[in-house]
Design a protein around this ligand. Structure first.
Ligand SMILES: [Zn+2]
Length: 99
């Protein structure tokens, strides 16, 4: 797997399909990788469960709601080495992974 340092995306190939960056490097265990985007409620629940399992998690708010002045969604990032555990936890909590 390869890693785009600009987007924090995991890629199968050496070119990032999101930003077009070329010559991506191999992903390292500690790279924070984009996992998925969740609504604030789910993100909060998910974050709590990840922390319980000692999986470090980073959340980045996206799309500020003009009325509420809060983030509409959160991009969730987790270390590459915890990707499998995170995926399992997600499936346990929410069912299938969104495509
Ligand atoms: Zn990229």
């Amino acid at each position: 797997m390869y890693f785009c340092e600009r987007c924090n995306y995991l890629m199968q190939d050496t070119i990032c399909s999101n930003c077009g960056k070329k010559k991506l490097r191999e992903v390292k265990d500690d790279d924070f990788c984009y996992f998925l985007t969740m609504n604030p409620l789910n993100a909060q629940m998910f974050e709590g469960n990840l922390k319980e399992k000692n999986i470090p998690v980073a959340m980045l708010g996206v799309g500020i709601d003009p009325v509420m002045k809060t983030s509409r969604n959160f991009n969730v990032f987790i270390p590459y080495k915890d990707l499998e555990k995170t995926t399992q936890l997600y499936k346990l909590m929410f069912g299938k992974l969104p495509k």
